[in-house]
Write a protein that binds this ligand. Structure first.
Ligand code: GLN
Length: 306
């Protein structure tokens, strides 16, 4: 039988086990897992660090610490990830929201509040590949005049996104639709009516997936990562199929991989869509925006029908 541990001892023990792995923050993760098992907040672990932990909780904690050490994402253990200041529930089968994606969301919020859209009473947005709902729901939360059409091909993702919408009180602001890229919108009569199409599509080239961090490659859904042979499959489809939905001046905004800025920009310049006005619909004002690490992270352009 395990010895008796105090909260403080157990957190230390967790740190020792995790330190043998390659994780960024063993102390924080050990604290978070203890809070999870014990159902307490972090402050409690400081104010009650000499309290003994019952043996069942000790067993449970050590099991989770070892699971984490084996490379299982902590967010799937805790069942949540913070994004744009909001708590998103996540579970296996759904991509974990990344801080990098906040750059895309912040940029769109600034656009809507700024010169492009500030006089519009309502804004219509399409989010392709919603996953847990991170982009969709943070836009709906911060932009009170927005309605989001939120599409995903994965029923698991949509289930999680719907739960998150409900918890965040945003259900009435989002229309969730199951399907492949823009195809489920055919027939809904949304042509020339959408202000912004946003997407963080799968963009990892198929052959590179195995080279991602182990916790990503082994545990997160391939479907949310695999962008085809050169990683650009979804950008091609969205550029081609998306133009006809956008208003004149409408915005297309993508998250991209660190080395895809130029390629996606060129796609947007070259590929003018297949809508009825296809040959008059080039994107203009195309910008590549960098993340805090200095890598290309977002590509954004507007439809100029002129
Ligand atoms: N940013 C993710 C990663 O590098 C990839 C997400 C995506 O393909 N959209 O793990």
């Amino acid at each position: 039988m395990v010895d008796s541990y105090t909260i403080g001892d157990l957190i230390k023990k967790g740190v020792e086990i995790l330190e043998a792995g390659e994780y960024n923050n063993p102390l924080l993760e050990s604290q978070l897992l203890l809070c999870h098992v014990h159902n307490v907040d972090k402050i409690y672990t400081y104010t009650h660090k000499d309290r003994l932990v019952d043996s069942q909780s000790v067993d449970k904690f050590l099991k989770l610490i070892n699971k984490r050490k084996s490379g299982y994402p902590i967010q799937y253990i805790l069942g949540k990830q913070e994004f744009m200041g909001l708590d998103f529930h996540v579970r296996e089968g759904v991509l974990i929201p990344r801080p990098d994606t906040e750059i895309l969301v912040e940029y769109i919020i600034d656009l809507v509040k700024g010169e492009y859209f500030n006089e519009k009473e309502s804004i219509k947005i399409i989010d392709i590949g919603t996953g847990s709902g991170a982009i969709t729901l943070s836009l709906a939360h911060y932009l009170e005049n927005a309605h989001v059409y939120s599409i995903d091909i994965s029923p698991t993702a949509l289930e999680v996104a719907r739960e998150n919408a409900k918890r965040l009180g945003l259900e009435s602001r989002v229309t969730f639709i199951e399907g492949d890229v823009l195809s489920p919108l055919e027939g809904l009569n949304l042509y020339n009516s959408i202000d912004i199409i946003v997407s963080n599509p799968p963009y990892i080239p198929t052959k590179d997936i195995q080279e991602l961090q182990r916790e990503v490659a082994e545990h997160e859904p391939k479907m949310a990562l695999d962008g085809g042979e050169d990683g650009l499959d979804f950008y091609r489809r969205i550029v081609r199929e998306g133009v006809k939905y956008l208003t004149d001046g409408g915005v297309l905004a993508f998250e991209i991989g660190y080395d895809q800025g130029k390629a996606v920009k060129e796609l947007m310049l070259r590929d003018r869509g297949t809508g009825t006005m296809s040959h008059h619909n080039p994107f203009k004002d195309i910008k590549i925006i960098k993340d805090l690490a200095g890598h290309d992270r977002v590509v954004i352009g507007r439809v100029g029908r002129g």
